[in-house]
Design a protein around this ligand. Structure first.
Ligand code: HEM
Length: 264
């Protein structure tokens, strides 16, 4: 009797845990690939006092942040980037994906409350939402096929670039068909770069001062440069009222590497 009671309690506890903590791998996948997910780019500078702390204090501070990230890993997917040395805007950046922006907020508040967090100066917070493609479904079949990157080059890239974009009022006043034609031209000139530049689009109108956050990963910055030059030639580009400011460029690095660098 006691044993079956214990089994019942255990089963209820397990059910409760699985409801509160979703299966990590599945949820991570969904957060990184599905529409309707919030993406936040949070970039920080380390203040000068941080570098004056002694080594031991920095190591303790860093391990506290690692613990915090582990604690939040069932709710949010956190990726890290080293910007120091490449970007004058920030030293490090997090890309955080969550079903609820309030979970991202909770993580960032907790981060800022840590020993290391007290030395972080926020330089930009950008928020966007992943959405179903608005134009691709109406593209010619051949173009849709070409938009699938070759899987052989789909692995991890070295660099990440974030460019927020604000369109002008004229763009939003165009009808859907006209915009679709312009986006087809955009896609046509961008297609030669599909295998070396990985991309992700976030819609941010109303969530920050931009309409889109464009995010890219590449090993070949020269290709990325060529891509931007090519896109600057198309009509759609003339509707960009703000492009970058900030443009964030960094290397994709595990948080341990970044924190170790900051603990030295
Ligand atoms: C490999 C390179 C690229 C390819 C293949 C590509 C392709 C596309 C496609 C197919 C769409 C339409 C998505 C939809 O149906 O909603 C799109 C949208 C967009 N792309 Fe690109 N793109 C590339 C690079 C870039 C770059 C470098 C930028 C700017 C830095 C950029 C900015 C945008 C913006 C802002 C939109 C959203 C436009 C809107 O919904 O009004 N893209 N891109």
């Amino acid at each position: 009797m006691a044993a079956s009671m214990m089994r019942m309690v255990l089963m209820v506890a397990l059910l409760f845990v699985s409801a509160v903590l979703p299966a990590r791998a599945n949820d991570r996948d969904a957060l990184l690939t599905k529409p309707g997910v919030f993406g936040t780019f949070a970039a920080f500078q380390m203040d000068h006092d941080w570098w004056d702390l002694n080594g031991e204090a920095r190591v303790i501070a860093v391990s506290e942040v690692k613990g915090l990230i582990e604690q939040f890993s069932h709710k949010v997917v956190i990726e890290s980037y080293l910007l120091r040395g490449l970007s004058d805007h920030a030293d490090l950046m997090f890309r955080i994906h969550a079903h609820a922006l309030s979970d991202t907020q909770q993580f960032l508040i907790s981060l800022l409350g840590t020993r290391l967090g007290r030395h972080l100066v926020a330089t930009s917070y950008l928020h966007g939402l992943t959405r179903q493609a608005a134009y691709v479904p109406g593209f010619p079949e051949q173009m849709k096929k070409e938009l699938q990157p070759a899987t052989s080059d789909a692995g991890l890239k070295s660099y990440a670039i974030v460019i927020p974009i604000r369109k002008d009022a004229e763009w939003w006043a165009l009808d859907q068909d006209t915009r679709a034609t312009l986006m087809q031209e955009h896609t046509q000139v961008a297609l030669p770069y599909i295998n070396t530049v990985k991309r992700k689009l976030y819609h941010s109108s109303g969530l920050d001062d931009f309409d889109f956050i464009t995010y890219f990963e590449t090993d070949k910055l020269e290709d990325f440069h060529g891509l931007i030059r090519a896109l600057e030639q198309v009509k759609e580009y003339r509707h960009d009222r703000r492009f970058g400011h900030p443009t964030l460029l960094g290397t994709i690095r595990p948080l341990d590497d970044i924190l170790e660098l900051f603990a030295r």
